[in-house]
Design a protein around this ligand. Sequence first.
Ligand code: NAD
Length: 475
Amino acid sequence: MDYRAPELLIAGRWRPGRGSHRLVVTNPATEAHLGELSAANQDDLHEALAAADAGFAAWRQRPARERADILERGVTRMLQRLETIATWLTLEQGKTLAESRQEVQIAAEMIKWYAEEARRVHGRLVPSRLPGATMEVRKYPVGPVLALSPWNYPVILTARKIGGALAAGCSVIVKAAEETPAAVAAMVDCLQADLPPGALQLVYGNPAEISETLIASPVIRKVSFTGSVGVGRTLARQCAEGFKRTTLELGGHAPVIVWADADLDRFVPMLVGHKFRNAGQACLAPTRFLVHRAIEAEFSDRFIAAASTLKVGDGMAAATQMGPMISAQRKSAMAPLVADAVAQGADLACGGVLAGPGHFHAPTVLRHVPAHARIMMEEPFGPLAPITAFDTLDQALGVANANPYGLAAYVFTDSRRVAQALTDGLQVGAIALNSVAVATPEAPFGGVKDSGVGSESGVEGMASFLETRTVHAAA
Ligand code: NAD
């Protein structure tokens, strides 16, 4: 399928950016040049702001049912174009075509869920203190939103923001990742067809320039960001200046606690699949395997055997089970973490860097990793699986909570007592018990500590795009 680098969508029209800078898109599996697009400049950004303002004024007037119908028609178009969007996603991001197809399907479901939820946004009546008077709590869309998303799940993570913002009646300017521009643009094109101009816009360019310019404008009332902790912190500071609402979905370093009674036949294949999905480049990927000492050897042997047989290759090839990493820079961030763990006493059981072309790195498993190794504290965001043994519940909890992240955690046990103690004690926003499913359209997803502020999806996600107004009416 022919790959086409996108243009920008500003004020209802697809057109090239006016910036002099050209953004180059490459295929991480082959390092081949896929295409180029021109970046947004200041004029483009100011035009987008004016259009977001006008788009908001028009879109917020549409009844919720009409907004829902328009979004659902967009979802239908997305599913009709699934094969194109998925193929472009694999070409520019690297994940297998099967994973890309699943990503587009999940993204469509997320928008559909928000579309349905648009019909259910309501306020409440509070009994007044005065005879015959009323107090009404109303919900209004918060205003034009700036949505910034990363390259690892560009379609899903952008869909979560677009779906919530548009369903609530907000307009939204999307700045998705420059590494993966076409898949997101194809989705945006499906969604924008019946919207007023400016309700949904898409820009690419210099990320810092775009965010500074847009956040400084009084037009933008909310910023929804998914990405690294460092950039999240910068954006939070910029938003504080204008008291703009923020939802920040940041990094993760998910502990997996495997108790002595866990069913390894069932859970090891599940965990290997989840760990190496998207070459480990997932915020909710399991990244620290804490295994009860009684079963650590058996767990490790099985995990290593399964990880070593995964077929690594171009995501477009049918036999591939794990694609490349996104860039040479991300790939080269793996070796120092592995070397440090080994220097601290860990055993490298399998894996390592693979030769190019393409940013390939084998599924890598480290055993006996001490709690103070760098990999136990720094988000690896790649196909590295450190395993360590524990003896007591308190010890497992101590290691699990001993880093600044708090996004997801996984617990495997048949014991209600152990599951309850870990559910209560883990400092995270989402826990999967005997499962790896932690993010769905209808339940909130968000982190604590350095993993972020606020939630997306679920009624909490919808509420993040709404503001509250109380109306006191005398008799
Ligand atoms: P990143 O923070 O570098 O980039 C994310 C987005 O922000 C991209 O669109 C990027 O272009 C933009 N950006 C970069 N610098 C910017 C700046 N100065 N101002 C404004 N925008 C800027 O993150 P990344 O490395 O591309 O993505 C990986 C990170 O994202 C990991 O830490 C991962 O855990 C996190 N992530 C979190 C979630 C979640 O839901 N919590 C999901 C996926 C990824």
